[in-house]
Design a protein around this ligand. Structure first.
Ligand code: 5GP
Length: 146
């Protein structure tokens, strides 16, 4: 998928927003949703999306949707810091397959980082799927700080 294209209503984040596949929510408001990544790069890896924008990437997103997504990113990153005490917070956003994007509904990654941990993103195909119950317990821990 290149930078150019048409929004696919069947992409996995659209299905999460439609309630057609499950996710573990950390936070939501009228405009944004934040949930835990199913193949986390580290403990607490979260994704933030717009509920209404059909932007595939940063070149397409409306200014207000971007502002809403970034406000939620900071809010949840603050709670993740309080809950998990990471040494750093990696905020990442990929545009186009060549840049590592695999889901074409704009999203921002929040990846807590600890000293000594490699800061790169592992290929998703090699990533471990998180245990569903462990994700739910972790979400409760983080939500307590929102
Ligand atoms: P991208 O590479 O597009 O920036 O990141 C997409 C992210 O979505 C990846 O980190 C991947 O693990 C995550 N992801 C893909 N499918 C699902 C899913 O069904 N549920 C959740 N929670 N995360 C997903």
């Amino acid at each position: 998928m290149s930078l150019d294209g048409v929004y696919d209503e069947g992409n996995v984040f659209a299905l999460i927003l439609a309630g057609k596949i499950p996710s573990v929510t950390l936070y939501e408001d009228a405009d944004t949703l934040c949930f835990l990544d199913i193949q986390p790069q580290s403990k607490g890896h979260a994704l933030v999306i717009s509920k209404w924008s059909k932007a595939r990437n940063i070149l397409e997103i409306e200014d207000d949707a971007l502002a809403q997504v970034m406000a939620t990113t900071r809010k949840v990153a603050t709670a993740i810091r309080a809950a998990l005490d990471p040494d750093g917070l990696h905020i990442a956003q990929f545009n186009g397959a060549a840049a590592g994007q695999t889901v074409f509904h704009l999203h921002v990654h929040i990846v807590p980082r600890w000293a000594g941990q490699a800061p790169g993103f592992a290929a998703h195909a090699q990533g471990q799927f998180a245990d569903a119950d462990a994700l739910k317990a972790l979400a409760q821990e983080i939500r307590a700080h929102l």
